[in-house]
Structures are given as structure tokens and as C-alpha cells.
Design a protein around this ligand. Structure first.
Ligand SMILES: [Zn+2]
Length: 277
């Protein structure tokens, strides 16, 4: 009897070790690339606060978008500024808040990392503001993954103002809440409403990186925003934004994630260094 028990124990230990090894070996190899969708000089930083904290201040923003390469397909996250803004000098838009410019076209930027427009199975954006929907129309062959409420607000029949950049997107996958893009937990859209009605962030487990990466979308715009939970004056819902910040921070802590603020030039450099290691 003793011998049989020992044998069973030995077998279970061996099989346990085997399954652990298997899990490690089959972890999909996910790659992440960041590209420059534009530069934004904010000439009136006060719009990024509910109070007068930033009155009279200016700030340089980055405007990154991302390519996530997974064995089951590629995902593009966000779409920078429109290609019409590929020009030598920044464009001062009429409201007087922003001077904006995009450095190069989508085709050229993808080429620099070995991709083409047709290589994308999925396309998703943190939200539908103009600095994130820039080249969205060129992603028309991909499936657009979007929160149902965000879709209804910018493209649905009841939308007050339809966003022309997304009009070309006909393959639509509407979601409600968090969404595991490839079904293995490596690339997960996190529902973080408040900046817009269906704003979302992106969690990515990049192969070879010590920590997973958590892309904020516009949940935060710069480091101080994150530290102070600052909410821009033009957000859809202040209370919801704060709640999303809280759930985002809890998730970031749980996963020990590297939080990347997409509009932060500091975060852009930080991620660039991590990805080049
Ligand atoms: Zn933005």
C-alpha cells in the first residue's frame, strides 16, 4: 500500500512539473511597437484641469500609437493625428488651445517596423477624439473593437456628431466592458469610462519584458494628472473618470504593470528604452 501511495505521489509530482513547463513554453510571444502619431503643443494647459491650476501654462504632449503583434494576429491601438497634418510646421487649430503636427504617414511609419496596412486583424482606439482617430479610415479592413456606448456616440444612428475618421470602418465588434482580445490574457482591453463615454485602456504582456505594460489612453495626460487625479475640463463624466482611475490603479498594482501615459514624452522615452533592451 505504502509503495502504491508513493508511486501515485511521484506520478502526480512529475505530471505537475510537466504542466508547469508546458505553460511556460506555450506562452504566446507578444511584441509591442510604439510609433509617433504626432506632437501636440498645448498652449492653454488649463483645459486639463477642473480648476485654475494650469492657467497660463503650456505643455508639450506626445501622441503615440501602438502595434501589438500576437501569433494569432496583429492589433493596432490608437491612430494618432490625421495625415493631413504631415507638414513641416505645426498647425495652430482654431480654438487656440493646440499646435499640432504629424511627422509621417501611416504607410511609412509601419514600413519602418516591417508592417503594412493590410497586416492588421484588429484595430482599437482608447477613445474617439481627433488625436486618436487620425488614420482610422485606413484601418478599414481590420475589425474595429469598440465599446458599444462609444460606438453609439460617434458612429451609431443616434450619434449627435458622427466622427468622419471612423465612418470607413465597417467591420465592427462591439464590446461591453473588459475584453481579452486573443483569449489568452496577454492583450486585454480595460474599460475605463469617463474621459469619453466608452474610454478604454490596454494591458499587454510583452515577451521578454519584466513587467506587463498598461497603456493609459487619455485616462491621464501627464504624470501630475496621475498623481493628483486631475480631470480635464472637457471630460464626459468627472465622477466616472475618478472611479476608472481607482480601478485602473488597483489593476496596475495587482499586475505590477508598467503604466505608460500615452501623451507623455517622458513615458514615450521610458517605453522606448524598455522595448530596445
Ligand atoms: Zn488624446
Amino acid at each position: 500500500m505504502k509503495n502504491i501511495l508513493f508511486l501515485l505521489l511521484a506520478i502526480s509530482i512529475v505530471s505537475c512539473k510537466k504542466s508547469e513547463k508546458k505553460e511556460e513554453a506555450t506562452k504566446p510571444k507578444v511584441k509591442l511597437y510604439q510609433l509617433v502619431g504626432g506632437s501636440i503643443l498645448v498652449k492653454k494647459l488649463e483645459v486639463f484641469s477642473q480648476d485654475t491650476a494650469y492657467t497660463g501654462k503650456t505643455k508639450q504632449f506626445a501622441d503615440a500609437y501602438y502595434v501589438i503583434s500576437h501569433p494569432k494576429g496583429n492589433l493596432m491601438w490608437d491612430a494618432g493625428l490625421p495625415e493631413q497634418l504631415v507638414m513641416p510646421e505645426p498647425y495652430n487649430e482654431p480654438s487656440g488651445v493646440y499646435a499640432i503636427r504629424r511627422p509621417d504617414s501611416l504607410v511609412n511609419q509601419l514600413k519602418s517596423i516591417g508592417f503594412k496596412i493590410g497586416d492588421f486583424k484588429y484595430f482599437a482606439m482608447s477613445h474617439s477624439h481627433f488625436d486618436h482617430t487620425g488614420h482610422a479610415n485606413l484601418m478599414k479592413d481590420a475589425t474595429w473593437i469598440v465599446q458599444e456606448n462609444e460606438y453609439n456616440s460617434v458612429a451609431g444612428d443616434s450619434a449627435k456628431v458622427k466622427n468622419p475618421a471612423v465612418a470607413a470602418l465597417k467591420n465592427v465588434q462591439k464590446i461591453k466592458g473588459d475584453f481579452d482580445v486573443f483569449g489568452d490574457g496577454t492583450v486585454v482591453i480595460k474599460y475605463t469610462p469617463g474621459h469619453t463615454i466608452g474610454h478604454q485602456a490596454l494591458y499587454v504582456e510583452v515577451a521578454g519584458l519584466e513587467k506587463p505594460v498598461l497603456l493609459t489612453g487619455d485616462l491621464y495626460h501627464f504624470e501630475e494628472n496621475r498623481a493628483n487625479k486631475g480631470v480635464p475640463s472637457f471630460n464626459y463624466d468627472v465622477k466616472q473618470t475618478i472611479e476608472s482611475m481607482d480601478s485602473f490603479e488597483a489593476f496596475a498594482k495587482e499586475k505590477n504593470a508598467e503604466v505608460i501615459i500615452q501623451h507623455s514624452p517622458v513615458a514615450f522615452e521610458k517605453l522606448e528604452k524598455l522595448l530596445k533592451k
